[in-house]
Design a protein around this ligand. Structure first.
Ligand SMILES: O=P(O)(O)OC[C@H]1O[C@@H](O)[C@H](O)[C@@H](O)[C@@H]1O
Length: 322
């Protein structure tokens, strides 16, 4: 993991011997994005705004794995509708009052802040000799925040978000460091919009026996009693303290994605369905809800506490099983 004091340079020289992944920075200001492409064609695109992954293509670059709204704002004017927005330091609407996050907007400020590109990794672990993986690091620090966000959450923190593209998988890992003198509490979540062909043929396994809060049913608690979750209407469930690491998204009974959690115990399953999708100005096309499902790994059940100098790290590996 990259340390703030030891950030890699943004333009590491590629290895001369083997074909190396290409890393390109395009655009400017809040529209800047970093694109990495493997010699075999797989690619990932990350907007500096929110460090939002907006595209991940596997299968030699032929298969897009993430859903992105046709009306998603990609200019830094609002959180991106699609891809993988980063939720920090609070999930959902914050507690109404009396909590240090209470003055923040829904899902916090990480997804609406401009991150720094810290560079691509040069460690042999992350960038192997055959050029078959590349790790991009992004940083967000208290000093990067807008005055509004800084006032709403005046704590000193450092986030390093690492996005590693491999041939058949994408790993996204968040490192949270308390850089101040006071302890703080946070929640975090990786709000992944997975692209599917037909939601009516989707099932999700790996959640059997897990308790969840159903936000569609007045935040009541239930236990997942079916082996598969199917989606036939609005779904907004927070599965908490999941014992098994892997959640699998299947299409017509065939595994399409494995979402493997690392040091994160919770997963939100969300599909807005027709009416809620229509009510979102940036959700397009109208039938887009039939082509996506959010499987969002995180630490959102209660709060993670970090004392001065402490670090938390958690993330996911999504495997495309095409
Ligand atoms: O519209 P937003 O702020 O991006 O949130 C989208 C959804 O995000 C999910 O994580 C929440 O569980 C939903 O309740 C919410 O509607």
């Amino acid at each position: 993991m990259v340390d703030r004091a030891n950030r890699p340079s943004a333009l590491n020289a590629p290895s001369a011997a083997a074909p190396a992944p290409q890393v390109e920075i395009t655009g400017s200001g809040t529209s800047s994005k970093v694109t990495a492409t493997l010699p075999s064609g797989e690619s990932v695109e990350v907007l500096l705004y929110g460090a939002t992954v907006i595209s991940w293509k596997s299968n030699g670059g032929k298969a897009e794995n993430l859903w992105l709204s046709e009306k998603a704002a990609l200019d830094g004017s609002k959180a991106v509708r699609g891809g993988i927005p980063v939720v920090f330091p609070v999930f959902g609407p914050p507690p109404k009052s009396g909590h240090p996050t209470s003055a923040l907007p829904q899902h916090g400020f990480a997804r609406t802040s401009r991150w720094e590109f810290l560079g691509k990794a040069t460690s042999e672990d992350a960038l192997d000799a055959a050029g078959s993986s590349v790790k991009l690091d992004f940083g967000l620090y208290s000093s990067n925040l807008s005055p509004e966000a800084r006032t709403a959450w005046p704590l000193d923190f450092g986030l390093v978000y690492s996005v590693t593209l491999s041939k058949d998988s994408l790993q996204t890992v968040m490192n949270v460091r308390n850089e101040g003198d006071h302890s703080f509490e946070f929640q975090m979540l990786l709000h992944t919009y997975l692209k599917v062909k037909d939601i009516s043929k989707v099932s999700i396994s790996g959640l059997l026996g897990v308790d969840y809060v159903d936000k569609v049913l007045n935040a009541t608690t239930h236990k997942q009693s079916d082996a598969s979750v199917t989606i036939t209407g609005e779904v907004d469930r927070v599965y908490a303290s999941i014992p098994q690491d892997t959640t699998t998204v299947l299409e017509s009974g065939t595994p399409r994605f494995d979402v493997v959690r690392d040091n994160l115990q919770d997963t939100v399953v969300w599909n807005p369905w027709k009416e809620k999708a229509a009510a979102m100005g940036d959700f397009s096309p109208d039938i887009g809800f039939t082509e996506m499902v959010c499987v969002e790994v995180g630490a959102v059940n209660g709060w993670q506490k970090l004392d001065k100098g402490e670090v938390f790290e958690g993330g996911q590996t999504i495997k495309s099983l095409l």
